[in-house]
Design a protein around this ligand. Structure first.
Ligand code: HEM
Length: 498
């Protein structure tokens, strides 16, 4: 009897402790959520913050970037602050130089960024700071700078154009060019990075599982970055709920496929292969780290190039005189094959047109860092410790004070001096970033874009359907992509087919 009452007492004490523990956990969770909400200051009622929170900016502008451009053009120092995002946004080249070069160490990617992309990118170069970043930067710049990798990449791109892209365009009359470029760049970057062919651009147009999972994972990660209250996605992640559950599933699939690629590469041997994974395998043993390095490269090299190509053809539809000039340059250069690597380098007008189109439509429209300690930017703007500081290439390409009164015109000639392509100061044109973390794939990207543009314009007339070029709308994402794609009519040119 005594034993029975003791076990009842024990049971009710255990229940009582469980109840206390659960209540304490719930209060702790709610308190943390409240703190996070307060820290992200979603309650500011100034005009800008209200316009942001209520999305009333969308009454007058097609894209958030267009609204920011409008505000930055109006600001005397080309710098604004959105309180609810605790985000200082600048289109001032002196500030950009300050954060990317002069005081680089005080503007790392920072913890908030790495938590947004950490699940997808892990410790990959895009998500790393400090020694982790330095190690990968050194490794990657050695590889991407080497002649053998460049010619390997050129051979892959040429093969993909001749054997897949051109036959595909010959077989269609109407197509979404953005979709085609995304498939093309996914195949190319997978071959360059892994030595693996996902075959996205086959005539039957299957979209690989890998590409689809990667797309979903980048899109859902980007949604985190746009949230005015980070605590919400963090809570959803903790509860594996909604978009966070979907993101977890997509990342698991990316992990499985990347893991399989790494295992295969190890089995087949990597010493004699030229792809980046094989090269990294000589210096890195840890498979998880290899996965992170390679996924960063996919992100870096795929959507950016596809985005640059899509808006290039969008702009050409508005500026047919540029098509004529490009064809004249191709014809002039083509005593040999214009797609030959050394011939591509001679195409100065095409180079200028690519830079000009990315001035107006940069693939990475804005890029954020986090200020480590209180600082003062070059224009005198004070930034508090832990503030997000964003430079905005999209707005910078549209600033009269940087590019003159014709800044909204597509004019490749502004990049030519005596017919030779002449780059601008990278802090005025941070399309590839600039300073110590400048893009490592710049040359590869320009080579790839030139090869595609030359091949398509030599053989095909491309007409954008529906004249959607005047006011493009961008879909939310880490890289700019057109909402609704770029539907085009494709016609083989008479002189080529005849
Ligand atoms: C038009 C095409 C491209 C554009 C506009 C572009 C732009 C950029 C930008 C803005 C960054 C800085 C991102 C950040 O730190 O948040 C970056 C970094 C980087 N890009 Fe590119 N990129 C392009 C193509 C490529 C390609 C084809 C590759 C190589 C396969 C590549 C490799 C990298 C790498 C490795 C970094 C990281 C550098 C570092 O953090 O030290 N990029 N790129």
């Amino acid at each position: 009897m005594e034993e029975a009452s003791f076990s009842v007492l024990l049971g009710s004490t255990r229940d009582w402790f469980s109840f206390l523990f659960l209540s304490f956990s719930a209060i702790f969770f709610l308190f943390s959520l409240l703190l996070l909400l307060l820290r992200s200051r979603p309650c500011c009622t100034c005009e800008l913050c209200r316009a942001y929170l209520n999305s009333t900016w969308a009454d007058d502008f097609d894209n958030l970037s267009d609204w920011y451009t409008h505000l930055l053009r109006r600001s005397p120092s080309a710098t604004i602050h959105i309180h609810v995002l605790d985000n200082t946004i600048t289109a001032n080249p002196d500030n950009v130089e300050y954060m990317l070069k002069t005081n680089f160490d005080n503007f790392p990617k920072g913890r908030p960024f790495s938590s947004i992309l950490g699940d997808l990118l892990g410790r990959g170069i895009f998500n790393a700071d400090g020694d982790l970043w330095r190690f990968q930067r050194k490794l990657a710049s050695l590889e991407l700078g080497s002649l053998s990798v460049r010619s390997f990449a050129h051979d892959i791109v040429s093969g993909e154009i001749c054997h897949r892209l051109l036959p595909l365009l010959s077989s269609v009359t109407e197509v979404d060019l953005q979709d085609i470029f995304r498939r093309f760049t996914f195949d190319s970057i997978c071959k360059i990075s892994f030595g693996l062919d996902p075959g996205c651009l086959e005539l039957s147009l299957p979209m690989s599982q890998f590409a689809a999972a990667f797309d979903r994972a980048t899109m859902l990660s980007a949604q985190r970055a746009a949230a005015p209250v980070p605590a919400l996605w963090k809570a959803k992640r903790m509860l594996t709920f909604g978009s966070e559950r979907e993101l977890r599933r997509a990342i698991r699939m990316v992990d499985e496929l990347a893991g399989e690629v790494i295992r295969q590469r190890r089995k087949l041997g990597f010493a004699s292969h030229h792809d980046l994974l094989s090269r990294f395998m000589s210096s890195v043993d840890d498979d998880r780290y290899l996965r992170d390095i390679v996924v960063s490269f996919l992100l870096a090299g795929r959507d950016t190039v596809a985005s640059g190509l899509t808006t290039f053809f969008l702009l050409l539809s508005r500026y047919p005189e540029a098509v004529t000039a490009i064809r004249a340059e191709i014809d002039g250069a083509a005593s040999g094959d214009a797609s030959d690597c050394s011939k591509l380098r001679e195409l100065h007008y095409v180079h200028a047109a690519i830079y000009e189109s990315m001035r107006l439509y940069p693939p990475v429209q804005f890029d954020s860092k986090f200020c480590l300690d209180d600082d003062v930017l070059a224009d005198g703007t004070f930034v508090r410790k832990n503030t997000r500081v964003t430079y905005h290439p999209y707005a910078m390409g549209r600033m009269e004070r940087i590019w003159g009164s014709d800044c909204l015109e597509f004019r490749p000639e502004r990049w030519l001096s005596g017919g030779v392509f002449t780059p601008a100061n990278p802090f005025k044109y941070p399309v590839f970033q600039g300073g110590l973390r400048v893009c490592l794939g710049k040359e590869m990207a320009v080579m790839e874009m030139k090869a595609v543009i030359v091949a398509i314009l030599a053989d095909f007339d491309i007409e954008v359907i529906g004249g959607g070029g005047e006011r493009p709308r961008f879909a939310p994402g880490l890289t700019a992509s057109l909402a609704g794609g770029l539907p085009v009519r494709v016609r083989r040119r008479k002189e080529v087919s005849g």
